[in-house]
Design a protein around this ligand. Structure first.
Ligand code: PEP
Length: 274
């Protein structure tokens, strides 16, 4: 069975203190989440360290495994003189540093940074991240041991012109087709129509299912039966009121959630919508 995933993309929101409060509110309700659902919080870089410690400290083992930590970006290079960049290896090294914090037991280990979001339309649009750059980022992330949530999606003009399959197909082929099968097992795809992100407008369940099925069919061209095991998430104004109908579709395996991930109650309600 494919993994059911609800991943929060916090974007550039919350102070560190607010982020800590938000994750604590999520943890307080984590027992309500069905065991088969993987929750992920993808926080700003500045929040990863304290939140790694908080998630690592969750006592109940069943609850601990329900919540994973992720970042929202990583560099396309391994290391070196790239001012302002954060390498995938640095993200992976973070959880082991929790034991160095004053007052923590020396053997304390935080929750690992397990995931990274790459290919988000805001990164493609505002920061000029092309498919070629994204492929390099994905290679760095995978080499460091991270799992990748790879986002694809079309702009409104593309949808209106009926070009959405071409755009999404290209984002899949130019990037994911360059990976081997073992690497592909560490990829989750998120379909996020740009016209639905943060706009309150959501793809209908039929529109979303149609393109999720297309993504899976495209993946099957290269990866065969493995395509059936890859989780494909929907993102774009997903909220408690529409999550259940979206998640009921055969090729929708969960959601990448922006605005609604900033309210613990909404995030939890979405995760209970399967
Ligand atoms: C996102 O940007 O990943 C997203 C899905 O945002 P929102 O849920 O706010 O539309």
């Amino acid at each position: 069975m494919r993994k059911k995933i609800v991943a929060g993309n916090w974007k550039m929101n919350t102070t560190v203190a607010e982020g800590i409060e938000l994750v604590n509110q999520i943890i307080a309700k984590i027992e309500e989440i069905p065991q088969q659902v993987q929750l992920i919080v993808n926080t700003p870089f500045t929040h990863l360290f304290p939140i790694s410690k908080i998630i690592g400290d969750i006592k109940c083992p069943n609850c601990r495994s329900k919540l994973a930590l992720g970042a929202q970006n990583c560099a396309d290079k391994e290391k070196g003189a790239y001012t302002g960049e954060v390498a995938a290896q640095m993200l992976v090294s973070l959880s082991k540093a929790v034991g160095t914090v004053v007052g923590a037991p020396a053997d304390a280990v935080g929750a690992p940074v397990e995931y990274v979001i790459l290919g988000h339309s805001e990164r493609r649009g505002y920061y000029g991240e092309t498919n070629a750059i994204l492929l390099e980022k994905i290679k760095q992330a995978l080499a460091a041991g991270l799992k990748v949530i790879y986002c694809v999606g079309e702009a409104l003009e593309d949808r209106k012109a009926g070009r959405h399959f071409d755009v999404v197909g290209e984002e899949i082929k130019e990037v994911l087709f360059a990976l081997g099968e073992e690497d592909m097992k560490k990829i989750t795809v998120a379909y996020e129509p740009i016209w639905a992100i943060g706009t309150g407008e959501t793809a209908t369940k039929e529109q979303a299912q149609e393109i999720h099925a297309f993504i899976r069919k495209s993946l099957a061209e290269k990866f065969g039966a493995l395509a059936q095991q890859i989780s494909i998430l929907y993102g774009g104004s997903c909220k408690p009121s529409n999550a259940a109908e979206l998640f009921s579709q055969p090729d929708i395996d969960g959601g990448l959630i922006g605005g609604a991930a900033l309210k613990a109650d909404d995030f939890i309600a979405i995760a209970k919508s399967f």
